[in-house]
Design a protein around this ligand. Structure first.
Ligand SMILES: *Cc1c(COP(=O)(O)O)cnc(C)c1O
Length: 394
């Protein structure tokens, strides 16, 4: 049995007086660590990190909320929290297979800011800002505001497109992080979407419950509750992210009826083992969150140091399926480079297939033959017909 803990580390790297403001999301945002000086005042950096921070300024900004920063283990240069948010020198190299828009989103936008790839649903990019920036961000070409390209969401044109496109029944708000907006602004956006009769289902993709659980106030939850059916996909990669504050914030969302899913990114040196993934998914269930997708890290420029071979993701699913609760197991997906969308990849359970028979293995390697259905012999069919016409003698 693993020891499930939801410890909290506040105030850690901050003076004790910070506790007076710690639970205020605006204080968390104002006190983000976003310069080399801020960072070095708190943590001894390696040369690899210092160079990374100096290079990051023109690609993807560094910004780390005090809440998340406190999860960093100062004695561990390979700390899985640190690898997600502190830039490293490797970001300065684009591997030959890498791209600035690995999922081909820019070419699937009928209106700037609205990605319409699948028949019945759209991805609505409502902001380019987040509470903290993940170094492997799939949208780093536009996110954080320091790169060459900028997100220019055309609000009115996007709403008009949705109004005249009845096949869209599902709108996914993402960015950036939609929960960076005020309650009032989010309420206006959700209200406008809810006024479109063919839009059945809304969801929000956000990492704010992890980066800044203080944002999940009772007022926010009461506002979101008005817009059901509304789902939320959070983004947690490592069990240490699920602190008691995060668990309580997720509980507040679940209590207003928002079904919660988690999208993890498989990252080298962060969560690329069955043990870490298993602890993560078990803690997610304790937080009332259903693991949804495990993503292969997209081919985003400067991310090769964080990417694993595809086979590693399949091996992780193999190590979970059957060994733990089915609800705990995410679907491993690869986003087809250039705009293929999400492609599910699964362990191979079929060992052989001949006409009429499949040979398969179960989760712990036992082999089973499974016969395809046999056609009923015509003579039996005839006999049963005859029987059915006999007087019933019960
Ligand atoms: C991921 C994604 C969606 C949502 O896909 P689901 O499988 O329904 O979660 C929709 N549009 C785009 C462009 C996406 O990348």
């Amino acid at each position: 049995m693993s020891d499930v803990t939801f410890s909290s580390h506040a105030p850690g790297y901050w003076p004790a007086e910070a506790m007076d403001h710690w639970h205020d999301a605006r204080w968390q945002l104002r006190n983000r660590v976003n310069s080399l000086a801020d960072l070095e005042a708190r943590l001894d950096l390696t040369d690899i990190e210092r160079a990374g921070v100096l290079l990051a300024g023109h690609k993807l900004a560094m910004s780390i909320t005090p809440h998340f920063f406190n999860l960093i283990d100062r004695d561990d240069p390979d700390c899985p929290i640190r690898r997600q948010v502190i830039p490293r020198i490797e970001e300065g190299w684009n591997a030959p297979e890498e791209l600035s828009d690995p999922c081909g989103e820019d070419s699937h936008m009928p209106v700037p800011g609205l990605v319409h790839r699948y028949p019945d649903r759209v991805l609505f990019l409502v902001t380019d800002r987040c509470a903290s920036y993940c170094r492997y961000c799939t949208r780093s070409r536009v996110v954080s505001g320091v790169g060459e390209q900028h997100l220019e969401t055309q609000w009115e044109a996007a709403f008009k497109y949705l109004e005249r496109t009845p096949q869209v029944r599902d709108v996914l708000l993402s960015g950036g992080d939609p929960l960076i907006f005020s309650d009032e602004r989010l309420d206006r956006i959700l209200t406008r979407l809810r006024a479109i009769p063919h839009i059945e289902f809304l969801r929000i993709g956000t990492r704010i419950p992890i980066f800044m659980p203080q944002r999940i106030t009772p007022e926010l939850c009461a506002m979101l509750k008005k817009h059901h059916p509304l789902f939320m996909s959070i983004h947690s990669n490592h069990p240490r992210e699920l602190t008691s504050e995060v668990r309580d914030a997720l509980g507040r969302l679940a209590d207003v009826g928002i079904p919660l899913g988690n999208q993890s990114v498989l990252l080298r040196g962060v969560n690329d083992s069955v043990e870490v993934q298993q602890e993560l998914v078990h803690k997610l269930l304790m937080c009332r969150v259903r693991p949804y997708y495990l993503y292969q890290c997209d081919l985003i420029n400067g991310s090769s140091h964080l990417r694993t071979p595809v086979a590693d993701g399949i091996a992780i699913i193999d190590g979970l399926r059957g060994h733990t609760t089915g609800y705990a197991i995410p679907q491993f997906v690869v986003d087809g480079p250039g705009g293929g969308g999400k492609i599910p990849l699964n362990p191979q359970y079929i060992i052989d297939s001949t006409p009429g028979k499949l040979t398969m293995r179960n989760y712990d390697g036992a082999v089973f033959d499974y016969p395809d259905p046999s056609p009923m012999p015509p003579a039996v069919l005839e006999r049963l017909h005859q029987q059915s016409l006999q007087p019933q003698t019960l």
